[in-house]
Design a protein around this ligand. Sequence first.
Ligand code: ARG
Length: 584
Amino acid sequence: MNRFIDIISEQLKNAFTECGYDGSKVTASVSNRPDLCEYQCNGAMVLAKGAGKAPIMIADEVVEKLTGCSLFSDVQAVKPGFINIKVSGDAAADYINNMSSAEKFGLNEPETKKKIIIDYGGANVAKPLHIGHLRSAIIGESIKRICNYAGHEAIGDVHLGDWGLQMGQIIAELQERQPELPYFDDAFAGEYPSESPFTISELEEIYPCASKKCKEDPYFAEKAHQATADLQAGKPGYMAVWNHVLNVSVADLKKNYDNLDVHFELWKKESDAQPYIPDMIQDMKNKGLLQESEGALVVDIAEETDKKELPPCIVVKSDGATLYSTTDLATIVERVKLFDPQYIVYVVDKRQELHFTQVFRTARKAGIAGADLDMYFLGFGTMNGKDGQPYKTRSGGVMRLETLISEINEAVADKMRENREFAQEELDAAAKIIGLAALKYGDLSNQATKDYIFDISRFTSFEGNTGPYILYTIVRIKSILRKYGKEPSGKVIFTGQKAEKEIMLQLTRFSEVIETAYNELAPHKICSYIYDLSNAFNVFYHEIKILSEEDEDRKDSYLSLLQLTRRVLEQCIELLGFSAPEQM
Ligand code: ARG
């Protein structure tokens, strides 16, 4: 379906062309003076110079041409040469009626369907999920849903960190605590137990303890390093421990991500990329890309246009070990081999930007990423507390995700209790749904690259630009529809009300908003859209008698309009990664 704004532009282009001007240079845009008009066009200003005429003269001619056009109810030329437009309510109603019966509300399929890998989540095995990984999960999940809805095939990969020093630390610590375990007996030839020697809560205690020891005790640190190297060289007992860590962690991570309504198609890990490393390095050597620098092998990635000097990408360290960049390069090799994607999007903390610049440039130089593969680093900002510092627990520690979620749900439950009484079970269930919306909307409504202040009381407010406000709007519409007691016909007619037209015009923007959100990987565009749409609905709700309207056709039209509004809002929140309760 053509976008509404394009239909308007088309009409204007034609009018300019018919008046003898180059209509291809003309477009319409949403008015930035809603008090004066709904759409505007500055084509006359653009064309004035070439035509050797005052813009207002051109605008006058075009407006003359447009009189009687059924798409517009009012077109005016204003000085110095703007064309101010109001569209006809009937035309807007026709458009949204078509939207209502079209697949995806008339959103067009892309010209070429892309296979897109979204690398998000990025949790590290054995470390509890903390809020540092929250933004990646929330933003990545939404972007994946937007890509799919836009008609592409998006594959989410959690890309677990399972291959670093933390593994060696855990192994070393476990060995100190339970040296009798068979994993540490080099002579052991039997089968290792399938039961893990630790539970997730034990693991969560083992890891920080080991990591602390590493900082304090050089002897222990050395042991942890050695264990990491032995593990990476494939030592069977250590591999068995690593497997236990992985299984125990993944089960716990899945539960946590499920609670966030975040789901991955792939549960790949850094270790999965390791087998690709030797050939990759050999190939880079053959291509003469690797230079020696203080014993390490590096790739020079500097480019003339760089504003500051970029350090080379280290591929092999002086002690022969590979690092984070090596793994990310090999992961691209693996992804190309297994999936042949056209696009890889990394949703990672913006402080890792240099790392990804190094990886992307090296991948291009080495031919790991061909010309038909786009890579994009979507670096997000930090979630801060009210003091402007990264959000912490009251005692100043790293905040665990579970703690954060229960704090939010508590705050939501309190707000709900203020409104009316609830049965405990009902309250808990609704608070969980609303709390998730508060958390996700609070995050997604900010441009991803920016830092933002995590403010529980603002995020959980039922008023203002918040998740609960959007849900409240949906719940209110649902309740009106329930009271109506029958299914509205679905056909909207324009009855001449301003508030009604405002909802219609907001609805017509849907495709444009989704396309922009996809092109710019910007969930916040969807947030601001549903905020506008919710506001339009709430004005309508306060100004117009809906259920008490006596004219049955009008009433049916109002309810059809609300029905479509509800469907669009629900689709949008689905793309953001949350849902609405029945009541709140
Ligand atoms: N595990 C990493 C971290 O915690 C994030 C992984 C991001 N993805 C990637 N392909 N490097 O920092």
